[in-house]
Write a protein that binds this ligand. Structure first.
Ligand code: FCB
Length: 463
């Protein structure tokens, strides 16, 4: 049976600044932790960096025209903190603001709603040098950056998102070290988690105060759907759910850290980083919860076996992203798998959205990222990528089904508009619905992009 996509359901595509912009040392931009990290030998595959990426900074008009050609209702992008506030404090950089202002105006001129994320992992290096996210002051700096940025762009942006996937910032950045800044210390990761939550909570009222068009304010989390491998594995699944998901939904939506999370991590940290009024500051009302979903994980207690590295879907680092639960083992997933090695499970997205709707009644949801890496090559100017197209169609269908079943899901954003710098994997993984030739910077709309455009046009998902 074909599915009808409701008229008021937003269909968009997403990117992030460091992954596409390039122009890393232009227009007054200073280094972020990802510049430092990617320029450190051995940190990214083949030593790839975001110096040039998809050169979006210089190809803004071309890319805006592409979005219009696809018929996107909305475009989710991120603002590079070190481009608009070099060094992470003080006055804004006019050249940086001018770039995002042109982007927003270009979107509005094409009838595309701007959805802006304030932080997609590119912390100004100076703030890392001062201690980074394990330091409370970084949250204060973030709220100031958010306020100043919304003061200048806050008459035109439809949705503001504070943070993208703070789990990755905290636990891959400071726990496993697979992401920038590449530290590997469980206690620092948990402190970072709390200060990211605090950064979100301090920024929300600043955004509302500074905006002049009553935008929706949100945050975006990457939910882990953890399945127990067998009947003895419920505790392993509970631990991963606590560390990955409830560590953020707890304080942001329910005013508290889960007791089991505090208990599981008691051997790692004393939680002294949580000060008296922090939980009230974090639990600000938000208008939307952003959901990024790609795949599931299957876990069990390793019971003394050496836990397998990196089968949790993330690149291995020197440390563990699961402080206090290092003994949880991630089992290889049955196929089909994407080029990331991630399993394809659209039904788990439907289940996740319904679970979130049940646990947080009244909280509108937005799928802010979903998509797949596959190898693809142009043949005579065409890119045939049926797997990516099927992935997007099946997950969009799962999203629409969740909505029909009662979850208040407002839209879906494909990751990603363009092939881009996939963090530790560099340019080896292609997620775009538009292909980027990194030698010539030529863009080719892939077959998946054409299929997505047709879905947007017809608002029918064929059976
Ligand atoms: C998410 C990130 C995004 C992209 C996708 C594949 O974790 O938010 O930047 O790398 O994964």
């Amino acid at each position: 049976m074909s599915l009808r996509i409701p008229e008021d359901f937003t269909l968009g595509a997403a990117t992030a600044a460091y992954q596409i912009e390039g122009a890393a040392r232009e227009g007054g931009r200073t280094a972020s932790i990802w510049d430092t990290f990617s320029h450190t030998p051995g940190r990214t595959l083949d030593g790839d960096t975001g110096d040039v990426a998809a050169d979006h900074y210089h190809r803004l008009d071309t890319d805006l025209d592409l979005m219009a050609h696809l018929g996107l209702d909305a475009y989710r992008f991120s603002i590079a903190w070190p481009r608009v506030q070099p060094g992470g404090h003080g006055a804004l950089n006019p050249a940086g603001i001018a770039f995002y202002s042109r982007l927003v105006d270009g979107l509005l001129a094409r009838g595309i709603a701007p959805v802006a994320t304030l932080y997609h992992w590119d912390l100004p290096q100076e703030l890392e040098d001062a201690g980074g996210w394990p330091q409370r002051e970084t949250a204060v700096r973030f709220a100031e950056y958010a306020a100043r940025t919304v003061e200048v762009l806050g008459d035109r942006v439809a949705i503001w998102t504070t943070l993208n996937e703070p789990w990755c910032s905290a636990f891959l950045g400071y726990g496993s070290g697979a992401h920038a800044p590449g530290r590997a210390d469980g206690a620092s990761a948990l402190a970072a988690m709390h200060h990211l939550n605090l950064a979100h909570g301090l920024a929300v009222p600043e955004i509302r105060r500074a905006a002049r068009n009553s935008p929706q304010v949100s945050t975006t989390l990457n939910f882990h759907v953890a399945r127990p491998a067998d009947q003895d594995a419920d505790d392993a699944a509970r631990r991963i759910d606590a560390l990955a998901n409830r560590s953020f939904t707890g304080p942001i939506l329910d005013d508290r850290y889960p007791d089991d999370l505090v208990r599981d991590t008691a051997g790692v940290t004393d939680w002294a980083f949580v000060e008296d009024h922090d939980l009230a500051l974090i639990a600000q009302p938000i208008d939307l919860l952003g959901v990024n979903y790609y795949s599931t994980v299957t876990v069990r207690d390793s019971d003394g076996r050496a836990p397998r590295a990196a089968a949790d879907g993330h690149r291995a680092g020197a440390g563990s992203p699961w402080p206090g639960s290092e003994h949880v083992e991630f089992l290889p997933q049955p196929g089909p798998l994407t080029d990331m090695g991630w399993n394809i499970a659209p039904e788990a997205l439907e289940e996740l959205l319904l679970r979130l709707a049940a646990e947080h009644p009244g909280m509108p949801l937005l799928v802010t990222e979903n998509g797949a890496a596959f190898r693809d090559d142009p043949i005579a100017g065409h890119v045939l990528d049926p797997e990516r197209g099927d992935y997007i169609v099946s997950h969009l269908a799962a999203t629409v089904r969740a909505r029909t079943a009662g979850a208040d899901v407002r839209g879906y954003f494909a990751w990603s508009l363009l092939d881009n710098f996939e963090w530790g994997y560099g340019y080896s993984k292609r997620f775009g619905i538009v292909r980027v030739d990194y030698d010539t910077q030529e863009r080719i709309v892939k077959d998946s992009g054409r299929r997505y455009a047709e879905l947007i046009r017809s608002r029918i998902i064929p059976s």
